[in-house]
Design a protein around this ligand. Structure first.
Ligand code: NOJ
Length: 575
């Protein structure tokens, strides 16, 4: 039995439920759980609605944690559930230390955490330090205070250009479209200063050169750490510090991106941002129980990503290079090698991720025949939509490859059901600020945020206790509902369960990758621990290696052949 199974399964013969902090200190268990964990992202709005308002909530999550325990995940990451006007689905926070009423209460959060810990599942919460909501008390104070006041200093207010200050301070564009500056009206009714918002105008950026901002976030970290969370996913981790000269900047691509340009924007990857995380690391280290930070930093290479996880900074960072790779053996081999090299060099695990709430679901994305500019989304008129069968086969194969890699892996809710992108949402249903800020030119991310199907025959597929789901679910998801898949050994859900169980049994997260060569260019083959993995990214079949037992296959084998878009896990026959 592996360490992870020890942690996850309390001894059935006793009623005692281990407290995670105790467990991680137990001799013989690995304290650094985040090095190999499989972390399941919950997007609370779309997971499960217990209140019947059509929006998912914390009690809804708690009630369904058994399903995640059965899946075999080590931890969950909750996208924001803090008090928020929901202009950007919770990434616009008014009170960092309370729960928004649509999601429940702090007691509901405590209950969720206790239940997760009783199942041996760790809980990471989302922290949004780059910006607050414009409804945040601090921003409201800044609006009524004078230019140059301490209240304004918490955000980034500047005078406009031109004789009347009528032009924005520079040409920066919001990532959601349109200018990144908005002009306010001063308390006396005159046109006033401009404030910076890298995202929506309802999301003003904090000024991280201010000691008060730093102190406030230390307080917020401690608030959640005191409640018992196991860590934080840090939103826009590369964006907190801006070039203090505020130079004009035009990104390479037409659409603004979350980052990742070879020459970083003057609002991303500034070296002083690392001091923030060095400071936070010290805060986390005040606490027992091995708490972790994971950065959301869109940068242009894994070498750059590794800067976020140097030994005195964060524990993990998302590997978006991996997410952005195509289903192509050479590309995948390159990014896997680069990742393992770069992260190992700083003593950190690589992470692996294929989907999240900001990108086209990988059951669609990996088989698109057209372009996919990140964050722009795809709509009903998108010309390169794949057939669903190919998309799903590729997604299953890609996930089987990902979950065989050493390091920590992230799973986005619904991918275990093989959900595809809902490209055909009606215009009037769309809610992403990107859609509004570009007057419908860019679809945005609603298509990957549609509420989950739990039960094929229930109203709204069992997502809500009576409401109308906040985004409509497509009829085609009936056959993908969790209850249908639970009973089917060939379902995507059954495949995920098997992958997670074998990954744990063979300790793949803590293993080492060794390439095995001699196959065709469309094939990736390697060993990790005692498992041999073969991923066929091509369309034609390849022979199954002889002398091996098949542990799993992401789709049905054709006799002794591995079909295209299929990954197999094998074990060498003894003797
Ligand atoms: C990244 C988050 O993942 C995304 O959903 C959000 O819109 C932006 N940061 C702004 O907070």
């Amino acid at each position: 039995m592996t360490v992870h199974q020890d942690l996850r399964r309390p001894d059935a013969s006793t009623d005692a439920v281990p407290d995670l902090d105790e467990t991680t200190r137990r001799p013989g268990t690995t304290a650094e759980w985040w090095r190999s964990a499989v972390i399941y992202q919950i997007y609370p709005r779309s997971f499960s609605d217990s209140s019947g308002d059509g929006i998912g909530d914390l009690p809804g999550i708690t009630a369904r944690l058994g399903a995640l325990d059965a899946l075999g995940v080590d931890a969950i990451w909750l996208s924001p559930f803090m008090t928020s006007p929901q202009k950007d689905a919770g990434y616009d926070v008014t009170d960092y230390c309370d729960v928004d009423p649509i999601f429940g209460t702090l007691s509901d959060f405590d209950a969720l955490l206790a239940r997760a810990h009783s199942l041996g599942i760790r809980v990471i919460v989302d922290l949004v330090p780059n910006h607050s909501s414009d409804q945040h008390e601090w921003f409201q104070q800044a609006l009524t205070a004078a230019p140059g006041s301490p209240e304004r200093a918490r955000y980034i207010f500047r005078e406009g250009k031109g004789p009347e200050g009528q032009e924005p301070p520079n040409n920066w564009q919001s990532i959601f479209g349109g200018p990144a500056w908005t002009r306010i009206t001063e308390a006396d009714g005159t046109p006033g200063q401009w404030y910076l918002h890298l995202f929506d105008s309802s999301q003003p950026d904090f000024d991280w050169s201010q000691e008060e901002v730093k102190q406030e976030f230390r307080r917020i970290l401690r608030f959640w750490l005191d409640r018992g969370v196991d860590g934080f996913r840090v939103d826009v981790a590369h964006g907190l510090v801006k070039d203090q000269d505020f130079p004009d900047y035009t990104p390479d691509a037409d659409a603004a991106s979350m980052g990742g340009e070879a020459t970083p924007a003057p609002y991303f990857e500034q070296s002083a941002v690392h001091e923030v995380y060095r400071d936070w690391r010290l805060v986390l280290e005040e606490y027992a129980g091995d708490r972790a930070l994971c950065g959301e930093a869109w940068v242009s290479s894994v070498e750059k990503a590794a800067l976020w996880v140097r030994p005195d900074e964060m524990h993990q960072t998302f590997n978006f290079q991996y997410l952005e790779a195509s289903w192509d053996a050479q590309q995948l081999r390159g990014v896997i090698n680069d990742s393992l090299r770069a992260f190992t060099a700083v003593g950190a695990p690589s992470t692996w991720v294929l989907s999240n709430h900001d990108v086209v679901r990988h059951a669609t994305r990996l088989a698109l025949t057209g372009e996919n500019p990140q964050g722009t989304g795809i709509g009903p008129d998108y010309p390169g939509l794949p057939d669903r069968e190919t998309g799903l086969a590729r997604a299953r194969a890609a996930t089987a490859l990902m979950l065989a890699l050493p390091g920590s892996a992230y799973i986005y809710q619904g991918e275990e059901l093989g959900l595809d992108e809902v490209h055909d949402l009606p215009d009037e249903a769309r809610q992403d600020p990107t859609w509004f800020r570009t007057a419908g030119e860019r679809y945005g991310r609603d298509g990957c945020r549609v509420p989950l199907p739990w039960a094929a025959d229930a109203d709204d597929f069992g997502f809500t206790a009576g409401g109308t789901p906040w985004l409509p679910q497509p009829e085609r998801w009936r056959g993908l509902a969790r209850d249908v898949q639970q009973a089917d050994p060939d379902s995507t859900l059954s495949l995920y369960r098997r992958m997670l169980s074998l990954r744990s049994e063979h300790d793949l997260g803590l293993g080492e990758l060794n390439w095995l060569g001699g196959r065709s260019e469309q094939v990736l083959m390697f060993s990790n621990q005692d498992v041999v993995v073969l991923a066929n990214t091509g369309t034609s079949s390849v022979p199954l290696p002889t002398g091996h037992e098949v542990l799993l296959a992401s789709s049905a084998l054709e006799g002794d052949e591995v079909p295209g878009d299929c990954t197999v896990w094998l074990r060498r026959h003894a003797g």
